[in-house]
Design a binder for this molecule. Sequence first.
Ligand SMILES: [Zn+2]
Length: 161
Amino acid sequence: MANIFYKILGKSNILKVLDYLLLDTSIDVSILDICDGISLSRKTVENIINNFQKENIIIETRKVGKTKLLKINKESLISQKLIEINDIILKQQEEKVEIGKKAFDPETMFCPDCNIKMNKGKIDFEGQRVDGFICPKCKKPYLSLAQAKKIDKILKKTKGE
Ligand SMILES: [Zn+2]
Protein backbone atom coordinates (compact mmCIF):
# COMPACT_ATOMS: atom_id res chain seq x y z
CA MET A 1 0.00 0.00 0.00
CA ALA A 2 3.11 2.11 0.29
CA ASN A 3 3.90 5.79 0.48
CA ILE A 4 0.90 7.62 1.84
CA PHE A 5 0.17 4.98 4.45
CA TYR A 6 3.77 5.05 5.58
CA LYS A 7 3.82 8.82 5.52
CA ILE A 8 0.85 9.04 7.85
CA LEU A 9 1.52 6.11 10.14
CA GLY A 10 5.26 5.62 9.85
CA LYS A 11 7.06 2.72 8.22
CA SER A 12 6.76 0.21 11.02
CA ASN A 13 7.27 -3.53 10.84
CA ILE A 14 3.56 -4.01 11.49
CA LEU A 15 2.70 -1.94 8.42
CA LYS A 16 5.26 -3.83 6.35
CA VAL A 17 3.58 -7.12 7.21
CA LEU A 18 0.15 -5.65 6.59
CA ASP A 19 1.29 -4.21 3.28
CA TYR A 20 2.58 -7.63 2.23
CA LEU A 21 -0.67 -9.37 3.18
CA LEU A 22 -2.72 -6.77 1.33
CA LEU A 23 -0.72 -7.21 -1.88
CA ASP A 24 -2.92 -10.08 -2.89
CA THR A 25 -5.69 -10.94 -0.49
CA SER A 26 -6.78 -13.96 -2.51
CA ILE A 27 -3.71 -16.11 -1.83
CA ASP A 28 -2.54 -17.55 1.45
CA VAL A 29 1.07 -17.22 2.51
CA SER A 30 3.41 -18.75 5.05
CA ILE A 31 5.36 -16.83 7.65
CA LEU A 32 8.49 -17.65 5.70
CA ASP A 33 6.99 -16.07 2.56
CA ILE A 34 6.41 -12.89 4.53
CA CYS A 35 9.94 -12.95 6.00
CA ASP A 36 11.43 -13.30 2.54
CA GLY A 37 9.10 -10.75 1.02
CA ILE A 38 9.85 -7.91 3.39
CA SER A 39 13.22 -8.95 4.84
CA LEU A 40 12.21 -9.22 8.46
CA SER A 41 13.28 -11.87 10.97
CA ARG A 42 11.04 -14.84 11.62
CA LYS A 43 10.59 -13.83 15.25
CA THR A 44 9.42 -10.32 14.37
CA VAL A 45 6.96 -11.57 11.76
CA GLU A 46 5.66 -14.28 14.07
CA ASN A 47 4.93 -11.76 16.84
CA ILE A 48 3.04 -9.49 14.47
CA ILE A 49 1.13 -12.39 12.92
CA ASN A 50 0.13 -13.66 16.36
CA ASN A 51 -1.32 -10.26 17.23
CA PHE A 52 -3.15 -10.06 13.91
CA GLN A 53 -4.58 -13.51 14.53
CA LYS A 54 -5.73 -12.52 18.01
CA GLU A 55 -7.56 -9.57 16.48
CA ASN A 56 -9.01 -11.80 13.75
CA ILE A 57 -7.42 -9.63 11.06
CA ILE A 58 -5.85 -12.72 9.55
CA ILE A 59 -6.83 -16.36 9.65
CA GLU A 60 -5.10 -19.64 9.20
CA THR A 61 -6.37 -21.22 5.98
CA ARG A 62 -4.61 -24.58 5.92
CA LYS A 63 -1.47 -26.47 6.82
CA VAL A 64 1.13 -27.79 4.41
CA GLY A 65 3.18 -30.22 6.42
CA LYS A 66 4.07 -28.23 9.53
CA THR A 67 3.74 -24.91 7.77
CA LYS A 68 0.60 -22.94 8.41
CA LEU A 69 -0.73 -20.71 5.69
CA LEU A 70 -2.41 -17.43 6.44
CA LYS A 71 -4.40 -14.75 4.76
CA ILE A 72 -6.38 -11.63 5.45
CA ASN A 73 -9.70 -12.47 7.07
CA LYS A 74 -12.22 -10.82 4.79
CA GLU A 75 -15.02 -11.50 7.29
CA SER A 76 -13.43 -9.08 9.73
CA LEU A 77 -14.71 -5.51 9.58
CA ILE A 78 -11.23 -4.16 10.40
CA SER A 79 -9.74 -6.16 7.53
CA GLN A 80 -12.43 -4.93 5.17
CA LYS A 81 -11.58 -1.36 6.08
CA LEU A 82 -7.86 -1.99 5.67
CA ILE A 83 -8.47 -3.44 2.20
CA GLU A 84 -10.59 -0.39 1.41
CA ILE A 85 -7.83 2.01 2.48
CA ASN A 86 -5.32 -0.01 0.47
CA ASP A 87 -7.52 0.20 -2.63
CA ILE A 88 -7.97 3.96 -2.24
CA ILE A 89 -4.23 4.47 -1.92
CA LEU A 90 -3.52 2.30 -4.96
CA LYS A 91 -6.06 4.26 -6.97
CA GLN A 92 -4.50 7.55 -5.92
CA GLN A 93 -1.11 6.27 -6.99
CA GLU A 94 -2.50 5.33 -10.40
CA GLU A 95 -3.90 8.82 -10.79
CA LYS A 96 -0.48 10.22 -9.94
CA VAL A 97 1.05 8.13 -12.71
CA GLU A 98 -1.53 9.51 -15.11
CA ILE A 99 -0.60 13.05 -14.17
CA GLY A 100 3.05 12.08 -14.47
CA LYS A 101 2.50 10.95 -18.06
CA LYS A 102 1.08 14.34 -18.97
CA ALA A 103 4.23 15.92 -17.63
CA PHE A 104 6.11 14.19 -20.45
CA ASP A 105 4.24 16.28 -22.99
CA PRO A 106 5.82 19.62 -22.24
CA GLU A 107 4.30 22.93 -23.22
CA THR A 108 7.77 24.25 -23.84
CA MET A 109 10.91 22.70 -25.22
CA PHE A 110 14.37 24.13 -25.53
CA CYS A 111 16.58 23.67 -28.57
CA PRO A 112 19.49 21.47 -27.51
CA ASP A 113 21.84 23.37 -29.85
CA CYS A 114 20.84 26.96 -29.19
CA ASN A 115 19.42 26.46 -25.70
CA ILE A 116 16.50 28.77 -26.38
CA LYS A 117 12.78 28.22 -26.18
CA MET A 118 11.30 26.71 -29.31
CA ASN A 119 7.95 27.58 -30.87
CA LYS A 120 5.15 25.06 -31.05
CA GLY A 121 4.06 24.30 -34.56
CA LYS A 122 3.40 21.81 -37.30
CA ILE A 123 6.48 20.16 -38.66
CA ASP A 124 7.12 17.82 -41.55
CA PHE A 125 7.69 14.22 -40.59
CA GLU A 126 7.99 11.67 -43.36
CA GLY A 127 5.68 13.65 -45.61
CA GLN A 128 3.15 14.39 -42.88
CA ARG A 129 2.37 17.52 -40.92
CA VAL A 130 2.57 16.63 -37.25
CA ASP A 131 2.75 18.48 -33.92
CA GLY A 132 6.20 19.55 -32.91
CA PHE A 133 8.54 22.37 -32.00
CA ILE A 134 10.66 24.63 -34.18
CA CYS A 135 13.74 26.46 -33.04
CA PRO A 136 13.40 30.18 -33.94
CA LYS A 137 17.18 30.47 -34.35
CA CYS A 138 18.47 27.39 -36.15
CA LYS A 139 15.01 26.49 -37.53
CA LYS A 140 15.49 22.84 -36.65
CA PRO A 141 12.19 20.98 -36.20
CA TYR A 142 11.64 18.61 -33.30
CA LEU A 143 8.85 16.14 -32.74
CA SER A 144 6.84 16.61 -29.59
CA LEU A 145 7.22 13.67 -27.26
CA ALA A 146 3.53 12.80 -27.47
CA GLN A 147 3.83 12.68 -31.25
CA ALA A 148 7.00 10.62 -31.05
CA LYS A 149 5.23 8.13 -28.83
CA LYS A 150 2.28 7.94 -31.19
CA ILE A 151 4.59 7.28 -34.15
CA ASP A 152 6.51 4.73 -32.12
CA LYS A 153 3.24 2.94 -31.38
CA ILE A 154 2.22 2.95 -35.04
CA LEU A 155 5.62 1.63 -36.10
CA LYS A 156 5.39 -1.16 -33.54
CA LYS A 157 1.91 -2.04 -34.74
CA THR A 158 2.96 -2.27 -38.39
CA LYS A 159 5.93 -4.38 -37.36
CA GLY A 160 3.52 -6.63 -35.55
CA GLU A 161 5.07 -6.28 -32.11
ZN1 LIG B 1 18.25 25.89 -32.39
